[in-house]
Write a protein that binds this ligand. Structure first.
Ligand code: PLP
Length: 419
């Protein structure tokens, strides 16, 4: 469900013609729909009604301040993975009491920043990290609230680059080592055990791996009770998939129902860290056709966006639907949609059937709201595109287009090269 639709043959974002935004700010640009973001949050939240729960939006999926503020106003917390994300989350007005800190490589500095802010919990991923956190907390005279991320060894059946809950992945701790971590934390005056955490992967299109992970967490929580360790929070991470093409992920209601059933009778608050499912289909990348190129082997549409703007196709062989901004009848051709970057991996679609578009026409790359702008770079010295947010009839640039000066900001010629 999203608010990008055709009206009188042209693509609108809510009540704004996409063409109008392109005329005003140029291409390429990211475009987010406020109504879609709100709806996704509310549907997800309502699905868990009746169960004590906290939604901690996964900031890494889309960390624009405006997006974070919108979720803060909906009541969301945040799942962060770096000091930079903590900085953003606080700037956007997210409550530190609703922030959980994930990630395998938190630095002492990041730990200090998070302790100072007073976050809800650290999702600790190794014994080394736990010991460092204890030392940092001790130095600050604070008590760090912790959960240990366990690796439940379940197969999320998703792309290998985005599965995280298998034994061989770098994430979390096996149950034996996790128990050791809990026993260490229990005895340490500067650590307070508050939860158990896991996150098994991203873009999951089945419920069963989540349920399996939750079963294993439950068994583990019971084992902790034998050691007189009580848990307040079970954090099941994020990972619910969305429709990019042919997938049929479960709707949040079904996902929630399955988890509720599994949790009944347990006196815990469930924490969820959805990212993609909240923002993925709430954003598009708008790009312009520069050239049509035909070789003996192939036809190409060369567009003005590239893999530096949206990395997912190059990185994960991800599928994104691509639609013309003007929907008029045209003959169909089979093309590769590619960007200007000097890499064969710089493509948005291969052998895709699209209407015959002319240079100057606009295309929308759909479902680009998650892991889109946040993964962008300046590769090939391309200024990153702006981010725009539509709200009903209005639109706002929520991050301006980078300029050339910004590309070299911070660079310096050393004195020995000056002359
Ligand atoms: C990436 C990530 C998420 C969000 O995953 P989605 O698939 O976008 O929902 C949640 N928790 C952790 C720990 C993550 O690394």
């Amino acid at each position: 469900m999203h608010h990008f639709h055709y009206q009188d043959g042209e693509l609108y974002a809510e009540d704004v013609p996409v063409r109008q935004i392109a005329r005003k700010i140029g291409t390429p640009f990211y475009l987010y729909s406020t109504a879609t973001l709100k709806r996704h949050y509310q549907v997800f939240d309502e699905a868990f009604s009746g169960l004590p729960h906290l939604i901690c939006y996964s900031v890494k999926a889309n960390s624009n301040l405006a997006v974070l503020r919108l979720f803060a106003k909906e009541g969301s917390g945040a799942d962060i993975v770096s000091g930079g994300e903590l900085y953003r989350a606080l700037k956007a007005g997210l409550s530190p009491k609703k922030i959980v800190f994930s990630g395998v490589g938190k630095t002492p500095r990041e730990m200090r920043e998070a302790l100072k802010a007073g976050i809800l919990m650290f999702n600790v991923e190794s014994l080394g990290e736990l010991k460092t956190l204890a030392q940092v907390a001790k130095k600050m005279g604070k008590v760090a609230p912790v959960a240990v991320r366990i690796n439940p060894d379940v197969d999320p059946k998703t792309h290998p680059y985005i599965s995280t809950g298998l034994k061989k992945n770098k994430f979390g701790l096996d149950l034996e080592t996790a128990l050791e971590a809990y026993l260490f934390a229990k005895e340490h005056p500067h650590l307070e055990i508050v939860g158990v955490d896991c996150h098994i992967g991203s873009q999951l299109t089945e419920i069963s791996p989540f349920v399996e992970a939750l079963k294993r967490i439950k068994a583990f929580v019971n084992r902790l009770k034998e050691y007189d360790i009580q848990i307040k929070y079970i954090d099941l991470g994020g990972g619910l998939g969305i429709v990019y093409g042919e997938e049929s992920p479960p709707p949040p209601r079904e996902y929630a129902q399955a988890l509720k059933q599994e949790l009944s009778g347990l006196d815990v608050t469930l924490i969820l860290e959805p990212g993609r499912v909240l923002v993925g289909n709430a954003g598009i990348l708008v790009t312009k056709v520069l050239y049509f190129k035909e070789t003996p082997a192939k036809k190409f549409l060369i567009v003005d966006a590239a893999m530096n703007d949206l990395l997912r196709p190059a990185f994960y062989q991800a599928y994104h639907e691509i639609i013309p901004v003007l929907s008029k009848e045209r003959p169909k051709i089979t093309v590769d949609v590619v960007g200007p970057i000097c890499e064969t991996g710089d493509f948005f679609a291969r052998d895709r059937e699209l209407p015959m578009l002319r240079p100057g026409e606009l295309l929308a790359i759909m479902s680009a709201g998650a892991y889109g702008f946040v993964m962008s770079s300046n590769y090939n010295s391309r200024p990153r595109p702006p981010e725009v947010m539509v709200n009903g009839k209005d639109f706002y640039v929520v991050r301006k287009r980078e300029n050339y000066a910004r590309l070299i900001a911070g660079e310096k010629i050393p004195p020995f090269l000056e002359k």
